[in-house]
Design a protein around this ligand. Structure first.
Ligand code: UD1
Ligand code: UDP
Length: 388
């Protein structure tokens, strides 16, 4: 009988990044997924479940309009506990740094269920930025048995925090697996924008950007539209009322701004491919845009994803209106600067992260003796600090 691995997620990005893991678990000869959707997000989660054909085994349906961190956390703890007591999985996987991740890891710990943390080791070392995500991932690290770090620098962060070498694995980020899977279905990608326009794609949702920073971002968008008469803006608006009310009020009436509801994942990939450049405070978008050869300007003061910045394909521009405007203007007017950022790079993975994670779990849970099916994948699933 296959052993059940709980795969817990609640928000859009967690579901996108866990979909390849669910698929790899379905292909395992000795493990199988038990999908627990907290539905910390409702509509945006459902979009992802539809695209990837995932039917949760348990849907906790926890989202409330304008939910508070404490209110959501308390609902998560009680509901996840019920499911874990009933199902007693052999292990549980969580992904990233959301409230669902922290609550899920804590409840797994209470129930003596080992936790695998997918996308482990990202750090800004500033507990208020991103808030509360930096605290969530640091605390989740303490509750984790297997840390699946996406990059060398995230693995190094964990080693610096003195996690035992044999618990830290560098696997790549499953976001690239999901992206590759989506791009295999160009026929299914709804063309939400016409190719050939000079389109700037914008997304924001971070708590640190609520209020004045978001107003400064909107002011920059308006100045850029004034500066460049052929520029068009596509802005899928996050449903968080702290975002949507401000964005709709400040940008809703401009004839060259298209505000829309969150796009389903395949349409969003198409929008990124059609974009000339991208402004975003999103984590996932920072990882996907470089792989698509699209310059991404990060609307934050710090990032836990330094690799794309180091590769010259992403730039941290913060939320200062003048700085955003001058950086975009440079990219719009200087083809050399634009091409340097549009060279394409994939510092976050090679599309085989989920396979590596499942291979490691099979080995760690003692249910597979034979060599990994994907030898290349296994070769790169390095134990950090292990002798060569
Ligand atoms: C959450 C995560 C953040 C992640 C982001 C991805 C936390 C603390 N924050 O932020 O790390 O980057 O998701 O998008 O876990 N809403 C809807 N429908 C939806 C989704 C959200 O209406 O499908 C609205 C609801 O009013 C909800 C609010 O947005 O209460 C906030 O959702 P929440 O998950 O608490 O925070 P996010 O800002 O989405
Ligand atoms: N995304 C999407 N539709 C949209 C905007 C984003 O499917 O309208 C995808 C995007 O491709 C990425 C993920 O959502 O994979 C990022 O989610 P978000 O920005 O909400 O969260 P973060 O990554 O910052 O945690």
């Amino acid at each position: 009988m296959k052993r059940k691995i709980a795969v817990l997620f609640g928000t859009r990005p967690e579901a996108i990044k866990m979909a390849p893991v669910v698929r790899a678990l379905r292909e395992s000869s000795c493990l199988e997924p038990l999908v627990i959707a907290t539905a910390q997000h409702r509509e945006m989660l459902d979009q992802v479940l539809t695209v990837f054909g995932i039917q949760p085994d348990h849907d906790l349906n926890l989202m409330r309009p304008n939910q508070t961190l404490a209110g959501l956390t308390s609902r998560l703890i009680a509901s996840i506990d019920d499911v874990l007591r009933d199902t007693a999985p052999a292990a549980m996987l969580v992904q990233g740094d959301t409230t669902s991740v922290l609550a899920g890891s804590l409840v797994a710990f209470y129930n003596n269920i080992p936790v695998g943390h997918v996308e482990a080791g990202l750090r800004t070392h500033d507990m208020r930025n991103p808030f509360p995500e930096e605290m969530n991932r640091v605390l989740t690290g303490r509750l984790t048995r297997w840390h699946f770090a996406p990059t060398a620098s995230s693995a190094q962060n964990l080693c610096d925090e003195r996690y035992p070498d044999e618990t830290v694995f560098m696997t790549g980020n499953t976001v690239i697996d999901a992206l590759f899977e989506a791009r295999q279905h160009p026929d299914k990608i709804a063309r939400s924008v016409q190719d050939g326009r000079r389109m700037m794609l914008v997304t924001t949702h971070r708590r640190e950007n609520f209020g004045e920073p978001l107003r400064r971002i909107c002011a920059a968008v308006l100045q850029l539209l004034e500066h460049d008469p052929v520029l068009e803006v596509l802005f899928p608006v996050h449903p968080n009322p702290n975002v949507s009310s401000v964005v709709r009020r400040l940008l809703g009436k401009h004839p060259r701004v298209s505000l829309c509801a969150p796009l389903d994942y395949l349409s969003f990939i198409a929008a990124m491919e059609a974009a000339h450049l991208i402004l975003s405070d999103s984590g996932g978008v920072q990882e996907e845009a470089p792989a698509l050869g699209k310059p991404v300007l990060v609307l934050r003061d710090e990032t836990e994803r330094p690799e794309a910045v180091a590769a010259g394909v992403a730039r941290l521009v913060g939320t200062d209106t003048n700085r955003i405007v001058s950086t975009v203007c440079q990219l719009l007017t200087d083809p050399g600067a634009y091409l340097q950022m549009a060279q394409g790079a994939s510092p976050y993975g090679d599309g085989r992260a989920a396979r590596r994670i499942v291979d490691i779990l099979e080995r760690e849970l003692g249910c597979r003796e034979q060599p990994a099916r994907d030898a290349a994948a296994a070769a790169q699933a390095v134990l950090i600090g292990a002798p060569a």
